[in-house]
Design a protein around this ligand. Structure first.
Ligand SMILES: Cc1cc2nc3c(=O)[nH]c(=O)nc-3n(C[C@H](O)[C@H](O)[C@H](O)COP(=O)(O)O)c2cc1C
Length: 397
């Protein structure tokens, strides 16, 4: 059992009151010491803050509350034959779920990644690693990302920040990805986090060209991934043109990276950018409307029903980070595995209740989209009524 870090300063406190600097406390909790380099130390403090503090969106939801399935009273299917299987980035998944990239690069990360990977293997779902920057800076940290011995079959996605593409050439990144046995690499886009971090990068120019180069030279599929502020349809088009193989919208409404950095800096009372970003439901629907590459719905996905809604909005799979990290904090691999099992079961029920025998059918399932999500979609000329009236692709008539 892992030591549970008490959620001492709960949500309301993170919202309403200044949080005192916690740097020394985090240093101890994450098993860090002052000789660690800044990247390594930051990794540990992100885990502690995300497990122990209120870091999710305050006012803004991911939008799943605005999305309702049209219940099918006559599903005409056998529950046992509902098939959750999909192929994503060349790998078969038993359920269209991903544990999103979380960590790597400091001692405790090895334990976390291995637990998440084992749970992913047990449930036949995909998993992302956290940013591999730390192992590029210090090769001795590579072991903290290595999970293939416990998860030989899963879809494993490596990870690098777009800012690191300036510093490390595509071949070096490709070596780091192959070193951990990943099937693909996610390039994370995290402008909000960088700006919220006093030590963050500030020069965002030339990023698209660098992503294009990585797509051409990495030898593995490249996933463009946000980290909680979402991707707009125009940006998705530019990324697709640059050659990305999938887009993970990681929209707003879940973990707020402005929030994480503000809490880390003892400025939890500064709220201006806490909720910044495109809500996940909106980002998913708009990107998936035009994209020819698979779209992953993530950011505030907190149940199998949310995952089903994200897929019905057009995604090929859905992912989450914070719930799985917290499950690990509460009960290690077993808790993560049972959460994944529960989400897959909810997904199956949602499919049965909408008469969908497979994930392709779920993607064309009828939806009622209302509220702020409907307003935002309308603003982009995407009419919510089209989700309620669309032709359903059903295995049976
Ligand atoms: C502790 C923690 C560390 C993270 N580190 C990374 C990272 O290194 N690379 C990345 O692409 N995303 C990272 N993320 C972002 C997640 O992959 C995800 O996009 C984001 O948290 C939104 O999903 P959620 O609301 O389910 O948490 C991290 C998330 C958490 C909670």
């Amino acid at each position: 059992m892992n030591k549970i870090i008490p959620r001492s300063r709960a949500w309301m406190l993170a919202r309403e009151q200044p949080v005192r600097p916690l740097a020394m406390l985090f240093l101890r909790r994450a098993g860090q010491d002052s000789s660690m380099n800044p990247t390594t130390r930051r990794k540990g403090s992100h885990i502690d803050v995300c497990i122990g503090e209120g870091v999710e969106a305050l006012e803004k939801g991911a939008g799943f509350g605005d999305v309702e399935f049209v219940h099918e009273a006559l599903p005409e299917l056998d529950y046992g034959s509902v098939d959750l299987g999909v192929t994503l980035l060349g790998k078969k998944l038993k359920a269209p779920l991903l544990v999103e990239g979380i960590t790597g690069g400091y001692p405790k990360a090895a334990e976390i990644n291995r637990a998440l990977a084992e749970a992913a293997q047990e449930n036949g779902v995909g998993m992302g690693l956290g940013s591999q920057r730390a192992m590029l800076e210090d090769a001795s940290l590579a072991g903290t990302y290595k999970v293939r011995d416990v998860a030989p079959k899963i879809l494993l996605v490596g990870n690098i920040g777009v800012a690191q593409l300036k510093k490390y050439d595509a071949r070096k990144i490709a070596r780091a990805v192959s070193d951990v046995g990943a099937d693909a690499v996610a390039v994370h886009l995290n402008v909000l986090q960088e700006l919220a971090q006093p030590e963050g990068d500030r020069d965002f120019s030339g990023s698209l060209a660098l992503i294009e180069r990585l797509c051409g030279e990495s030898g593995v599929p490249v996933v463009a991934k946000e980290t909680g502020a979402g991707i707009g349809p125009g940006t998705a088009r530019r990324l697709e043109k640059a050659g990305v193989a999938a887009i993970d919208v990681a929209g707003a409404g879940g973990t707020s990276w402005a929030g994480v950095e503000l809490v880390r800096a003892g400025k939890g009372h500064e709220k201006a950018f806490w909720d910044w970003g495109i809500p996940t439901a909106v980002s998913t629907a708009l990107v998936a409307r035009d994209a020819k590459v698979p779209v992953i719905c993530s950011g505030g996905v907190r149940s199998g029903v949310h995952a089903a809604k994200g897929i019905a909005l057009g995604a090929s799979a859905a992912g989450a980070a914070l719930p799985f990290l917290r499950a690990w904090g509460e009960g290690g691999k077993g808790r993560v595995s049972s959460l994944l099992r529960g989400w897959a079961e909810e997904l199956r029920m949602a499919m049965a209740l909408t008469g969908c025998e497979n994930v392709a059918a779920l993607r064309s399932s009828r939806l009622i989209v209302t509220g702020r999500t409907a307003d935002a979609l309308c603003a982009f000329g995407c009419f919510p009524a089209s989700f309620a009236t669309r032709e359903r692709k059903r295995p049976r008539a």
